[in-house]
Design a protein around this ligand. Structure first.
Ligand SMILES: Nc1nc2c(ncn2[C@@H]2O[C@H](COP(=O)(O)OP(=O)(O)OP(=O)(O)O)[C@@H](O)[C@H]2O)c(=O)[nH]1
Ligand SMILES: [Mg+2]
Length: 440
């Protein structure tokens, strides 16, 4: 559709946003200013200029309007005075709250989840990421499909309206639910494909980079592999999973996967929707948890990342903590980390400092986990041979009258899973012949 120059300039104009937060007394949360700084960064990433930010101190939230009504009116006046296009709240708002706030605030109101989903929508490039984002957006939209949203249908583009928002608004919930069901099916298809791709990877030790967004995960993968995964000083540069093989000097070949970063207050449903991308994290033998140590409140990032890992049920997976950006970290931070995280590695993915130590730690971890098994599969169950192939590298195979005998190199955890599978199979046996960690 041809666009007039006017349209184009209108479209390219960055939106002007007012940020609003609440400082709840003693909620034990992140300092509000930190959270607001991050909200500003998110808004900037989404394409908005911040014209002002307001924080209200309260003892508890106002159920009807989130902030106090008087405060909401103040925000409304500020919006008018500053010619702002939207107001972004640092917490999630209920549909009724949005409706009530709209009585005092004459512009679009967006909450933190909507903002994050918006960034994801813009950044999603692959079919998988797009499908996952659309699903998360619709799950977010569904309970909010009320008349309050119809004002958005007149808008074109802009924060909070990208993606399905503008087309689905006039559509009723049933249609949205149908679309959600379709997307679930589509994701199942993608997940199956992904599983097929993953076959052939079982021979190798698999590590996945996890951590807060912008911690330097992609930069580290690049520096370990000489590849060029997209790196940017913006939030959520990566929304896909990229796997590269890395020859650890003096060690085995391992596969390292870079994936989507985490953030505090991730929209509910986003983790669930990104299940297929995050599956790479779930199947990993090792998590490499990257932390940006130049950020003064990095502990808070660790907590937020751990919360996502907990949601994925992998908080207790073997993990190496890696503190990145030591080149721009504050004085004394290395000493503090050495005390509070004695087994961690301090690096700069950018300058290469500490990378050798990290490689050493990875090699040690691979050795620690690796085992060699002798497995005996009864002739009546040849199908179990492929199950064995799915857990490790088959080094040797022989046959006798009764059994197929395999020698397999894998990890202790995978061996444990296999052992569980073979438990009830009569005549099957599994035996550890070598724990590499012990014998070197
Ligand atoms: N000073 C410094 N900057 C770094 C270092 N490592 C990464 N960065 C910068 O941090 C920013 C984010 O890096 P990425 O590698 O994109 O971070 P990421 O963890 O992949 O981020 P997401 O994909 O958004 O989750 C970029 O501007 C990098 O150049 C480092 O060791 N030192
Ligand atoms: Mg990245």
């Amino acid at each position: 559709m041809p666009r007039t120059l006017h349209d184009l300039t209108e479209q390219n104009r960055r939106e002007r946003a007012v940020l609003v937060g609440v400082d709840l007394a003693s909620d034990g949360q992140v300092p509000t200013e930190e959270s607001m700084d991050e909200l500003a960064l998110l808004a900037d990433t989404a394409g908005a200029d911040i014209v002002d930010r307001l924080v209200q101190s309260r003892t508890r939230l106002n159920a009807a309007t989130f902030v106090g009504r008087g405060f909401a009116e103040r925000v409304g006046r500020l919006v008018t005075a500053t010619d702002a296009d939207l107001v972004i709240f640092d917490e999630d708002l209920g549909p009724a709250q949005i409706r009530n706030l709209e009585r005092c605030i004459p512009v679009k109101i967006v909450d933190r989840s909507a903002l994050i989903l918006d960034i994801f929508a813009e950044r999603a490039k692959t079919r998988e990421a797009k499908t996952q984002v659309e699903l998360a957006q619709l799950e977010y939209l569904l309970p909010r499909l009320t008349r309050a949203w119809t004002h958005l249908s007149r808008q074109e583009g802009g924060i909070g309206t990208r993606g399905p928002g503008e087309t689905q608004l006039e559509v009723d919930r049933r249609l949205v639910r149908n679309r959600i069901a379709e997307l679930h099916k589509e994701l199942e298809r993608i997940e199956r494909q992904r599983r097929t791709q993953r076959q052939g990877r079982h021979d190798f030790f698999q590590a996945t980079l996890v951590g807060y967004t912008n911690a330097g995960k992609s930069t580290l993968l690049n520096s370990l592999t000489d590849s060029s995964v997209f790196v940017e000083d913006r939030l959520f540069a990566t929304l896909d999973a990229t796997t590269r093989s890395v020859d650890l000097p003096g060690g085995p070949k391992v596969l390292i996967t870079d994936t989507v970063g985490f953030i505090r207050k991730l929209p509910p449903g986003l983790v669930a929707s990104f299940r297929s991308t995050l599956e790479e994290t779930v199947v990993a033998d090792l998590l490499i948890h990257i932390v940006d140590m130049s950020y003064p409140h990095y502990e808070d990032h660790i907590t937020s990342a751990n919360k996502v890992l907990e949601d994925l049920d992998i908080l207790d997976h073997p993990t190496v903590m890696v503190f990145n950006k030591v080149d721009s970290a504050g004085e004394g931070s290395v000493e503090r980390i050495r005390i509070t995280y004695p087994d961690s590695v301090v690096i700069s993915a950018l300058t290469g400092q500490g990378i050798e130590e990290l490689i050493g730690a990875l090699v040690a971890e691979v050795r620690r986990q690796q085992v060699v098994l002798r497995i005996s599969i009864p002739q009546e169950h040849p199908e179990l041979v492929s199950t064995v192939h799915e857990i490790g590298a088959v080094l040797d195979r022989s046959y006798d009258e009764k059994a197929i005998r395999l020698v397999v190199r894998t990890t202790a955890a995978r061996a444990g899973r296999l052992s569980g599978l073979l438990e009830d199979v009569e005549g099957a046996a599994i035996m550890i012949v070598k724990e590499e960690g012990r014998t070197g």
